[in-house]
Design a protein around this ligand. Structure first.
Ligand code: DX5
Ligand code: ZN
Length: 226
């Protein structure tokens, strides 16, 4: 199992002070920054694009940036995000006509590639492209909005994905996104996840450092429970 990573989602940050906010969560112990891109087409909300990613790099953010594309189509924007400083680029298989090609395009631009599965999307396609995938991201809410409730059935799907990853390509990271808080992160880890997106649970806290440290302690406890 890979080293656990905590990735605060900037969807819950104060966008008027984004550079400062991202700097603050990094200083508070975050491992990477989860960057939610929405297009008011694939999902019913609209957020940020490559210009904002570039602005964070120009501001001095050095931490890995994990770009979660909730847009359709995906290929046109991949090179732009790579040039803007993305490290990871993940997309939803439903949003690409040619999944294998989109994954290759991400790697050709020196980024790590990932597939995102909605709560009702089966993991099937992973079997055919596991050698081209660096991360599997399981949505534990329907994508589009921060602050939603974790869908409990995701735990079973995490375990299924873990088995599949261990069999097909153990290098793949298993990330979970949506409704993760200090009181459920341990269960999510014990089900087999190693990368944890948390938006409202981090940016909604008065003390980012304390919020991340509490999650980290829960992850330590999960480790010793295995
Ligand atoms: C939802 C986004 C998530 C979201 C998570 O569509 O992909 O990354 O910001 O927010 P919380 O942690 O508040 O559920
Ligand atoms: Zn996300």
């Amino acid at each position: 199992m890979q080293q656990p990573l905590i990735a605060p989602s900037i969807l819950s940050a104060d966008f008027a002070r984004l550079g400062e906010e991202v700097g603050a969560v990094i200083d508070a112990g975050a491992d990477m920054i989860h960057f939610d891109v929405m297009d008011n087409h694939y999902v019913p909300n609209l957020t940020i694009g490559p210009l904002v990613c570039q602005a964070l790099r120009d501001y001095g953010i050095r931490a890995p940036i994990d770009v979660h594309l909730m847009i359709k189509p995906v290929d046109r924007i991949i090179p732009d995000f790579a040039a803007a400083g993305a490290d990871w680029i993940t997309f939803h298989p439903e949003a690409s006509e040619h999944i294998d090609r989109s994954l290759s395009l991400i790697r050709e631009h020196d980024c790590k590639s990932g597939l995102v599965f909605n709560p009702a999307t089966p993991l099937d396609v992973l079997r055919h492209v596991a050698d081209k995938v660096d991360m599997v991201l399981l949505m534990s809410v329907n994508p589009g909005f921060p602050g939603q409730k974790f869908i409990p059935g995701t735990l079973e799907k995490i375990a299924e994905a873990r088995q599949l990853i261990d069999r097909l390509n153990p290098e793949i990271r298993l990330e979970v996104d949506g409704g993760i808080k200090a009181d459920n992160i341990r269960q999510v880890a014990e089900a087999g996840a190693d990368t944890f997106v948390a938006g409202s649970a981090v940016f909604g806290a008065d003390d980012y450092g304390q919020a991340i440290a509490t999650m980290r302690r829960e992850l330590e406890a999960a480790k010793s429970a295995r």
